[in-house]
Design a protein around this ligand. Structure first.
Ligand SMILES: Nc1nc2c(ncn2[C@@H]2O[C@H](COP(=O)(O)OP(=O)(O)O)[C@@H](O)[C@H]2O)c(=O)[nH]1
Ligand SMILES: [Mg+2]
Length: 363
């Protein structure tokens, strides 16, 4: 309990301190102290109330989970996009379990899961918060659903809950190498100019985080939070799309302003507005590519593309189709975005693009 109280005090101090070159060092130390205390609380608390999740089994090409405040329209969207039936109601906390459905789009089978609503304080155990936050860790993509009239407040709160559960939304793992050593003190070097923190502060933060002997190589302009993430090492980096629902209730102008400001996709689940666009964005964000196969002298099969990962090569396609294809490969012809002209010849390492058509020639 003493630790939790101390965290609150430190967070209060952080909130009233503005961040600038003069306060940077002080802020960095507080952040490191908080991180260390949180780690202590988490280890002490493991076992009790840590949130086991709803035991969702992943199926299909990817798993996408809907998160948001209660009554934002998550169940309505699941029902519109899949054949699942999740109960919809005008009161909060209608959905008490995880309900899966399947979106079939461009030949991909995308599992969509509806979970109970999240509210502020979920990470600390409010509502079914811990179960929900534990369940969403299996997602390949999160759909964060917000609605009017308070989308911004909801978004900030949901992002905070996700952050506090050690998930990092739409962030890349920071490029920091930490080699812990038995002795020798701290050697910290950076290959880029650091504009958001400095080496002295980083050293002080590392000590606060109980890293006293190590070689640290920083290869991007990190924030102090990213330094902590790199040291703690247990962060989950997860992509997300923000959806603004119920746009039927506001003017077109308001919709456009919010879409820009919050970088979200506006929809109305109830009136089925913009749902095809949303499906395409989900497909893109999952980094899927449809590759169509064609036999020599025949038209391509445009109904049953292979669902590959973006950046896949001809080799990847050959391996997927038949193990012998790589051995017997002579060349391939490609039509589509990755070819300079229709039917261009390529070898195995050529990188394909979404909707390319490929004709494989074997020995
Ligand atoms: N006006 C409007 N209401 C919606 C829309 N989508 C859902 N709702 C309503 O919002 C309420 C909560 O929906 P529900 O899907 O149960 O929300 P959940 O708690 O997030 O699963 C219900 O009364 C729905 O009919 C929408 O696009 N527009
Ligand atoms: Mg629901």
């Amino acid at each position: 309990m003493a630790s939790e109280q101390r965290i609150q005090e430190l967070e209060a101090e952080l909130n009233k301190t503005s961040y600038n070159k003069r306060t940077q060092h002080h802020v960095g130390l507080i952040k490191a102290q908080i991180a260390k205390l949180k780690e202590k609380v988490e280890t002490a608390g493991s076992g009790k109330g840590k949130g086991k999740g709803f035991g969702v089994k992943k199926t299909g090409d990817a798993t996408v989970i809907l998160v948001g405040y209660p009554s934002t329209g998550k169940s309505t969207l699941l029902n519109q996009l899949t054949s699942a039936k999740s109960k919809v109601a005008a009161y909060a906390f209608t959905t008490l379990d995880a309900i899966p459905g399947v979106i079939e789009y461009r030949n991909a089978k995308i599992q969509l899961v509806d979970v109970p609503g999240l509210v502020a304080g979920a990470a600390a155990g409010t509502g079914k918060g811990k179960e929900v936050l534990s369940t969403i860790r299996i997602a390949d993509l999160l759909l964060i659903m917000i609605d009017v009239p308070n989308p911004e407040k909801q978004l900030d709160a949901i992002k905070k809950e996700i952050y506090d559960s050690n998930m990092r939304l739409n962030e890349k793992k920071p490029d920091v190498r930490i080699k812990k050593l038995p002795k020798g003190g701290l050697q910290v070097a950076s290959s880029v100019k650091l504009t958001k923190t400095n080496i002295e502060t980083i050293k002080a933060m590392l000590k606060e985080l109980k890293v006293n002997n190590a070689e640290v190589l920083i290869r991007e302009d990190i924030t102090q939070d990213q330094l902590i993430d790199a040291v703690e090492g247990n962060r989950l980096y997860i992509p997300g799309i923000i959806i603004l629902n119920k746009i039927d209730l506001i003017s077109e102008e308001e919709v456009n302003n919010l879409a820009k400001k919050l970088d979200c996709i506006p929809i109305s689940a109830d009136s089925k507005t913009n749902l095809d666009f949303l499906k395409e964005k989900i497909f893109e964000k999952l980094n899927f590519a449809s590759i169509y196969m064609k036999r020599v002298g025949k038209a391509p099969d445009l109904n049953e593309p292979l669902i590959m990962n973006g950046g896949c090569t001809i080799r990847d396609v050959c391996e997927r189709v038949h193990r012998e294809f790589v051995l017997k490969f002579r060349f391939a012809r490609v039509w589509g975005k990755s070819a300079k002209f229709p039917g261009q010849r390529f070898m195995l390492d050529h990188v394909l693009e979404d909707r390319d058509i490929i004709e494989i020639h074997l020995n």
